[in-house]
Ligand binder design. Structure first.
Ligand code: CUA
Length: 190
């Protein structure tokens, strides 16, 4: 029975089956590689999930509450946390220059008063969107003293490319001494 040559139908069936098996293996390899990349980059960059949903009244941002001008910048809270409050608007961040301590957890809290903005701090995993009506928050640590650029990374209009701030990472002792003397910190030169 097996000595009879396979009919062309059976041959076609065998070819199709082999091709399907081959592609199943290729697709499985691609999916495994993609999941592997997600896991590796997520762990390597300590990628953070989107922050929880916290809303804020855009129409009253400048008048009252957490994001009034006098409350922006870096503060050492009474519970010992370092909190940076930042407001984005077309086309600048307020403050334009942030001061943070090296080697201490720093919590960012930010929002926008107009369009969707966002920022990332170079050489760090600080990266978030700033959406009107919502407070974006995350905590990160800057290991070393230095200066970083903080560009807006969501297209927000014609001035987008000129929208950026700086982050100054200073030694912990200097930071603590300055917050004792000055309270809220920024490195905006007046
Ligand atoms: Cu703000 Cu782009």
């Amino acid at each position: 029975m097996s000595t009879v040559p396979a009919s062309s139908n059976e041959r076609a069936h065998a070819v199709a089956e082999a091709a399907e098996r081959r592609w199943t293996i290729i697709v499985a390899i691609i999916i495994t590689a993609l999941i592997g990349m997600m896991i590796v980059t997520g762990l390597h960059w300590a990628a953070m999930p989107p922050s929880r949903v916290e809303t804020v009244d855009v129409s009253r941002l400048h008048i009252e509450g957490e994001f009034v001008e006098s409350n922006l910048g870096t503060a050492l809270e009474s519970d010992g946390r370092v909190v940076v409050r930042v407001l984005a608007q077309q086309y600048s961040f307020q403050p334009q220059c942030l001061v943070v301590p090296a080697g201490m957890p720093v919590t960012f809290r930010g929002t926008s008063s107009d369009a969707i903005h966002g920022f990332s701090v170079d050489s760090s995993n600080a990266n978030t969107m700033l959406i009107p009506g919502f407070v974006a928050t995350f905590t990160t640590t800057f290991p070393a003293v230095g200066e970083h650029l903080m560009p807006c990374h969501e297209y927000c209009g014609i001035g987008h490319e000129a929208m950026w701030a700086r982050v100054q990472v200073i030694p912990q002792q200097e930071f603590l001494a300055r917050t004792r003397n000055q309270g809220r910190l920024s490195c905006v030169r007046s």
